[in-house]
Design a protein around this ligand. Structure first.
Ligand code: PHE
Length: 466
């Protein structure tokens, strides 16, 4: 890391630390549950074409734009998006647009943390053996319904569901301790331990799945990866692919802007941004893409592809662990890994808001943390109470995880490409950089990225609602 300290306040301690923290934000439930679900429902291998196009046109360029804008805003003394947008665009509207970048992560946190608690609960129930329920798949859906409080009678926290409250509280408190400890002592130190643990756990589960017998494995991989090209003509597929790129890379949410604002003026961002994104793609395509759906397919056949995102993770996979050798151990490893992956992501959803409370409301860290705790706990309570299963989660996922992201991403592309300017952007991106980013990336950010976003947005409006 460079020595030139240009702003006060909290900062990252090391270069690898910031890369792992951003990668930690990116790698999460999106990689292991959302990606396989989206791919299976949108043409399997054919989904990868819009997926990679979106990665190249939207994901990587916008990721660089966010790193650039974030570090620039940080050197001017701002860590929250409203302040950062204002330094880039001297217009009163800027801070209101910036506030979308607080709202989106906060709202996503409110439901994301609930699923995080499910993962912890499932890991715990594997440890105790309570999730080894035999081969009747009904048992697993009953367990799930009870656990998440979606039993047929609609009772919240009924029977097994009451345990959820314990896991939710633990998850909440754990997030807050880390956030409270701050950027380098909390988020960075945790991500430095969590990321290697995740890789090891995921590789163990992958090794188990890939050694279940070559015929079974190739059928499972085929279910995930065989291309159905009919899907390529549907706008829905393109929307799903670009939405997945945003969600997975944590781009378009305002979290990278916030994380990058804790860098020093001459710290590299070009290579760091690329490294964090590449790490995310490794987790998504090589681990998420080879474990979740292939494993479910091996044991459940075509029914596996019909499960939604959450069904795949919490209903289908427990069936798989029930019959695979060493299932209890691998079940624990899998859900524990999901829990860790989710925590490193949820931390990044809270940090922008806490930065805003400190900066915009002038609160001290403990007051900000308390306020944030209150707001997010109320929000999550609301989600748990009203979701009664997964319907509300899917709706949230559509509106906040897809629609709003397009709007914020568009604002970012326009502010960066047209207001801040690509010449300044290019220069800023290369200060302290360890690689050179070709100039056409800037041209892409100015013209192609907003054009592509606009086309997809029109596609959404014409073809579908939630
Ligand atoms: N990228 C995370 C995942 O794949 C989710 C996330 C969304 C994290 C928005 C931060 C902000 O699960």
């Amino acid at each position: 890391m460079s020595d030139s300290k240009s702003q006060g306040g909290d900062q990252w301690g090391s270069r690898i630390g910031v890369i792992l923290a951003v990668a930690g934000s990116a790698v999460g439930l999106g990689n292991f549950l959302r990606f396989p679900g989206q791919a299976a429902q949108n043409g399997g291998g054919a989904f990868m074409l819009p997926y990679f196009v979106s990665l190249l046109i939207l994901g990587i360029p916008l990721c660089w734009a966010e790193w650039t804008m974030g570090r620039y805003g940080g050197t001017k003394g701002f860590n929250s998006a409203p302040g950062i947008f204002q330094t880039l665009w001297k217009n009163p509207l800027a801070k209101y647009l910036g506030s979308i970048a607080l709202l989106i992560p906060l709202v996503i946190y409110m439901y994301y943390v609930v699923i995080e608690a499910w993962c912890l609960g499932y890991a715990f129930n594997y440890l105790t053996g309570d999730l080894m329920l035999g081969e009747n798949s009904k048992e697993y859906s009953n367990f799930f319904d009870k656990f998440v409080g979606a039993s047929a009678d609609g009772a919240l926290f009924s029977e097994g569901g009451s345990n959820l409250l314990v896991f939710l509280i633990f998850t909440f408190v754990f997030n807050f301790i880390l956030i409270y400890r701050g950027i380098s002592k909390g988020i960075e130190s945790f991500c430095k331990i969590a990321m290697p643990i995740m890789v090891i756990c995921a590789l163990c589960v992958l090794a188990r799945v890939l050694t279940l017998g070559s015929e079974k494995v190739s059928a499972g991989l085929g279910a995930m990866w065989n291309p159905n090209t009919d899907y390529l003509m549907q706008p829905k597929t393109w929307l799903a692919a670009s939405g997945q790129i945003f969600f997975s890379l944590s781009v378009g949410f305002g979290v990278i802007i916030n994380y990058a604002s804790y860098l020093k003026k001459d710290d590299d961002i070009a290579l760091s941004g690329l490294s964090a994104s590449s790490m995310n793609e490794f987790f998504e395509v090589c681990l998420g893409g080879l474990i979740t759906l292939p494993a479910a397919f091996i044991f459940l056949g075509a029914a596996a592809t019909e499960q939604g995102t959450f069904g795949l993770g919490f209903n289908a996979l427990p069936n798989v662990f029930a019959v695979m050798p060493g299932g209890q151990f691998f079940g624990f490893l899998w859900f524990f890994m999901l829990f860790i992956a989710a925590i490193t992501s949820s931390l990044s959803m809270l940090q922008p808001v806490i930065a805003f409370f400190e900066e915009g409301l002038g609160l001290k860290r403990h007051a900000s943390a308390a306020l944030l705790g209150l707001v997010s706990a109320m929000g999550s309570g609301f989600v748990v109470y009203f979701s009664k299963g997964m319907v509300a989660l899917d709706t949230f996922d559509f509106w906040v995880g897809t629609m709003f992201i397009f709007i914020l991403a568009m604002c970012q592309a326009v502010i960066y490409g047209w207001i801040f300017g690509i010449d300044r952007g290019h220069e800023e991106l290369h200060r302290g950089a360890n690689i050179r980013v070709p100039w056409f990336v800037q041209l892409m950010l100015k013209y192609v990225t907003p054009g592509f976003l606009f086309a997809i947005f029109i596609g959404i409006c014409i073809t579908q609602g939630p």
